[in-house]
Design a protein around this ligand. Structure first.
Ligand SMILES: *Cc1c(COP(=O)(O)O)cnc(C)c1O
Length: 490
């Protein structure tokens, strides 16, 4: 299988796509075709077996035994035998918990796997340089990348997060990270600023040359890396297989997925699953007040000239949704010149517009909606009162959007709601759905536990009292300097 760049250029192998992260033309790598997968109506093989079938179809040059090992290593760190358990909320609604990995958010699914894929890809491409992984995070990717790459030989990781723009648990998770090759720095700016800064560093020939002289090359663990996207396709298949095995659906029956969406990686994996033959009726894209995607799915105009809001579902506080470019490539019938012109418009004017026929195609598969902070809290409360299930703010955004979608469309198709974080990762906000939270986050964790009875994950309770090791803050203009500093240090 070869990989094409959305903005043109030579096709490359999967290994090259993963090592590079982004193509020299600035485009994202996409597979030349979507392999069809036989659905497994009996789930005895479980998550690992399906993961193998899905990933091997894209990693045609990776040795099958090696891949098996990588997969079983990656998902060993999850605290649930199903890896991503599926919980029935009602006859039509099932919640897919994607947060049973070490950092309690869905990023672990990809970032526990990526270091293995990266190592294998480096081997396949004969790379001799060490790999410097740069990450811009809206809260969860950073910690998951640090956990995934810590002490992985031949790599070093630097995470930039928006100063004051992440939850206290997210911040503590990052600044207390241990490991010899890990580094964290807050940036004075929002997530989009940090992500743009990282993209500029990737685009700089000068920085690349400086690093190359010292024996390093840059790579990305952000969701633009195909190695991030690939492991996420798996749970669309496993959740479908689980519904089949539980006889909730019949073979071939189409279902919906509703996904809280920021950089568009998670929901795009669903679109890839659909193109691989998974029966999907609608992919529902859920946003918070940063509703640039809702408008895009509504009228085909992507316009990021709008205020940026900080919300309690901070991991989806995003106005520049990078992975959307892969969907645009398909909407443009894989014409990279069209993608280049849209992305040019986005860069120059902060907006681009789809032609009507592309918008029509888009609406066949996607629906979209958004909700505000008050809706989010009310949804957490309503779902808990009705079912006893406690949702985090991101999951609640998806739930609220889903309820409105059903109200507006009367669509009774069985739906899987992707739950992307454990509620205790946002304990103070979640507690706010029930009572006025206090100042102390850990008191709020205890209080939420008493109120809800939901189990406190070990990763949260052990955060308290860990020393803060990474307290650096820098300005946007200093990001390049901050990247080079540990390498050039005498
Ligand atoms: C990253 C993240 C999302 C959004 O995923 P994308 O792939 O960026 O769309 C949603 N919820 C949580 C908790 C996340 O960490």
């Amino acid at each position: 299988m070869r990989y094409l760049s959305t903005r043109g250029g030579e096709p490359v192998s999967a290994a090259e796509a993963i090592v590079r992260g982004i193509s020299p033309s600035g485009g994202l790598y996409v597979p030349e075709s979507y392999p069809k997968i036989e659905l497994n109506n009996n789930v005895r093989g479980g998550y690992l077996a399906t993961a193998h079938r899905v990933m091997q179809a894209y990693l045609t040059e990776t040795n099958a035994k090696d891949l098996d090992q990588m997969i079983s290593h990656a998902y060993r760190s999850f605290d649930h035998v199903d890896v991503t358990p599926l919980i029935k909320l009602s006859d039509s609604e099932h919640v897919l918990e994607l947060w049973h990995g070490p950092t309690m958010a869905f990023k672990d699914i990809a970032l526990q796997m990526l270091p293995h894929l990266m190592r294998d890809s480096l081997q396949q491409t004969g790379e001799t340089k060490q790999v410097y992984i740069l990450v811009a995070t809206s809260g969860d990717t950073g910690k998951a990348a640090l956990e995934g790459f810590k002490d992985v030989e031949g790599t070093r990781v630097l995470v930039f997060y928006p100063y004051g723009g992440v939850s206290e648990a997210q911040r503590l998770q990052m600044v207390t990270q241990e490991g010899a090759n890990v580094d964290v720095c807050a940036v004075r700016g929002n997530f989009d600023d940090a992500q743009t800064g990282v993209k500029q560093i990737f685009a700089s020939k000068e920085t690349a040359e400086t690093l190359a002289k010292e024996g390093w090359r840059l790579s990305s663990a952000n969701s633009i890396n195909f190695g991030r996207l690939l492991p996420q396709i798996v749970y669309y298949f496993t959740s479908y297989e689980t519904l089949l095995a539980r006889e909730e659906i019949k073979p071939g029956e189409a279902i919906n997925f509703c996904v809280p969406t920021g950089n568009f990686g998670d929901i795009l994996a669903g679109e890839y699953a659909r193109r691989m033959g998974l029966p999907i009726h609608k992919l529902i894209c859920a946003s918070n007040r940063n509703n640039v995607l809702t408008d895009f799915f509504d009228n085909g105009v992507y316009n990021d000239n709008r205020p940026f809001y900080q919300s309690m579902s901070c991991s989806i506080d995003i106005l520049i949704s990078s992975n959307l470019e892969r969907l645009l490539f398909e909407l443009a019938d894989r014409d990279d010149a069209t993608v280049r012109s849209w992305m040019g418009d986005l860069k120059e004017k902060g907006m681009y517009a789809l032609p009507q026929d592309a918008l029509k195609k888009l609406k066949q598969t996607f629906a979209a909606g958004w909700c505000n902070e008050e809706d989010t809290l009310q949804t957490i409360r309503r779902v808990f009162d009705r079912t006893g299930y406690l949702m985090d703010p991101h999951t609640a955004v998806a739930q609220c959007v889903y309820e409105r979608y059903v109200r507006d469309t009367q669509d009774t198709t069985k739906t899987v709601l992707l739950s992307t974080a454990n509620p205790y990762k946002f304990a103070s906000d979640v507690l706010g759905a029930f009572e006025t939270p206090g100042q102390d986050d850990f008191e709020n964790v205890k209080r939420l536990n008493m109120l809800s009875g939901a189990l406190v994950p070990k990763g949260i309770s052990t955060l308290l009292g860990k020393p803060e090791r990474h307290n650096d803050v820098c300005d946007l203009e200093e990001m390049t300097k901050r990247v080079l500093q540990p390498i050039l240090k005498p």
